[in-house]
Design a protein. Structure first.
Length: 144
């Protein structure tokens, strides 16, 4: 009866339908001394599992320490902040230069307009002085 039970459990084990208790029963049967002839091929499988469970790795494993990605993130955020501040500073300077150019153009236009007005008034004054000079010459000729 026990052999029939082991065969049923083995069939369930191969179909991955066994519980942990049933697998323990199979393991104790196949690691024991008395295993049926037709089930000898499965004994090596369970003996391998038992010996593999006892194996341990004795060498030391050297792992390289991982570099923190947070440090890179911090540096990137610092670099981005510096870049933003630098662009604001340069942009502000360019804005002030542009404003100064606009003011200089306005002042230049006003000075040009004022000088043109002064020039036209000087021409009128020159014509008036020329008329007076002509009048004075005529008066001198008459008086002589």
């Amino acid at each position: 009866m026990e052999l029939a039970n082991i065969e049923k459990l083995l069939e369930k084990y191969l179909n991955a339908e066994t519980t942990l208790q049933e697998e323990t029963t199979l393991k104790t049967y196949f690691t024991g001394e008395f295993v049926a002839e037709h089930l000898q091929e499965y004994a090596s499988l369970f003996n391998y599992f038992a010996s593999a469970k006892a194996e341990t790795y004795t060498k030391t494993i050297r792992l390289a320490p991982k570099k923190s990605k947070k440090k890179h993130f911090r540096w990137w955020s610092v670099a981005a902040s510096v870049l933003v501040l630098l662009s604001i500073f340069i942009g502000r300077q360019q804005y002030h230069k542009n404003e100064q150019r606009k003011e200089a153009k306005i002042i230049y236009a006003q000075v040009t307009k004022g000088l043109a007005l002064l020039s036209s008034n000087l021409k009128k004054g020159e014509q008036a002085v020329a008329t007076l000079y002509l009048y004075e010459n005529t008066v001198h000729k008459i008086l002589k």
